[in-house]
Design a protein around this ligand. Structure first.
Ligand SMILES: C[S@@+](CC[C@H](N)C(=O)[O-])C[C@H]1O[C@@H](n2cnc3c(N)ncnc32)[C@H](O)[C@@H]1O
Length: 284
């Protein structure tokens, strides 16, 4: 696997989590998807349905791309699912992410049709501008001023920023699994301050939430039962080690597991998921 040591510890943690998710879904997308129609029962919460929801999400993004768009910079492109979809629709696409493993997978998914830049958005520079910058679930990793200034730096006047992500509605929610998400008001202020006008805004919280349910159901069914089984085996084979690990679990992991099981409630209480289209119209 390629080296990622040049990146910060938080970025490496994020990359590890993304790679874990990738192993579970085996999908070219790393986003929550767009579940429409909504699942009617827990039996509808399947990986197959998730894959369909993810393809529908790509189509949802496409529907918002203005007709005159030709070139797209896919910021936080993951392993290239969105990029491949957009290439197939005739756009010129470049991808960017601070993860060499994703870069390899991006080249495979896009079959070498799009350049990949191994870097964070904050430090990315280009000799040319783009018609549209796409942030599909990557805004949560980048500070609001960096999103606004970076997009203004890389767009020609009149260019577009298409952003889809979980956002915090509640400024007091600052600790916990989703606390890295941008504060919606702060993001809007940063973009408006850099000369962006919002053209479209759609709340799709209801249509992404089934993915949270799917994760919780699978974690309960497979994750927790595997953990319990491993614990029972260890208690028989090596009681002192079991005792030690149990202590470590209680001290460091138990609260995180409980929080993960309540992900949907936390999301509904403090966050939303929006797709937003902005246009950069700097004053002359
Ligand atoms: C949840 S994934 C979304 C991937 C893809 N856009 C999709 O919709 O399938 C988040 C992406 O943001 C990238 N990312 C994290 N920090 C970043 C940064 N500072 N600049 C650009 N991308 C970043 C990750 O490496 C990953 O590719």
């Amino acid at each position: 696997m390629p080296e990622n040591r040049q990146f910060s510890r938080p970025t490496r943690y994020q990359n590890a989590a993304i790679n874990y998710y990738l192993g579970l879904t085996d999908s070219p997308f790393l986003h929550y998807g767009y579940w429409e129609p909504l699942p009617q029962s827990p039996e509808d919460l399947t990986i197959e349905r998730l894959r369909k929801a993810q393809a529908d999400y790509a189509a949802k993004l496409l529907a918002l791309i203005p007709a005159e768009t030709k070139t797209i910079l896919d910021v936080g492109c993951g392993i290239g699912g969105n990029a491949a979809y957009l290439l197939d629709k005739g756009f010129q696409v470049e991808g960017l992410a601070p993860d060499a493993f994703q870069g390899e997978r991006f080249r495979e998914t896009t079959r070498g049709r799009a350049p990949f830049h191994l870097t964070g958005f904050e430090t990315f520079a280009s000799a040319h501008t783009y018609d549209l910058i796409l942030l599909s679930e990557s805004s949560q990793y980048i500070a609001a001023p960096d999103i606004a200034q970076g997009a203004a730096r890389l767009l020609a006047p009149g260019g577009y920023l298409l952003l889809a992500d979980m956002m915090r509605r509640d400024a007091d929610y600052t600790e916990g699994i989703f606390s890295n998400c941008r504060l919606a008001t702060e993001l809007a202020t940063a973009l408006a301050g850099a000369g962006f006008n919002r053209l479209e805004q759609e709340d799709i919280s209801a249509q992404i939430a089934p993915t949270l349910d799917l994760c919780v159901v699978n974690f309960r069914r497979f994750g927790l039962s595997t953990l319990r089984y491993g614990g029972e085996l260890l208690a028989i084979a090596a009681p002192p080690l079991h005792w030690l690990l149990r202590k470590l679990y209680d001290r460091y992991l138990g609260a995180l597991v409980q929080e993960g099981l309540g992900a949907r409630e936390i999301f509904e209480r403090h966050l939303c998921y929006e797709i937003q289209l902005w246009q950069w119209e700097p004053e002359n």
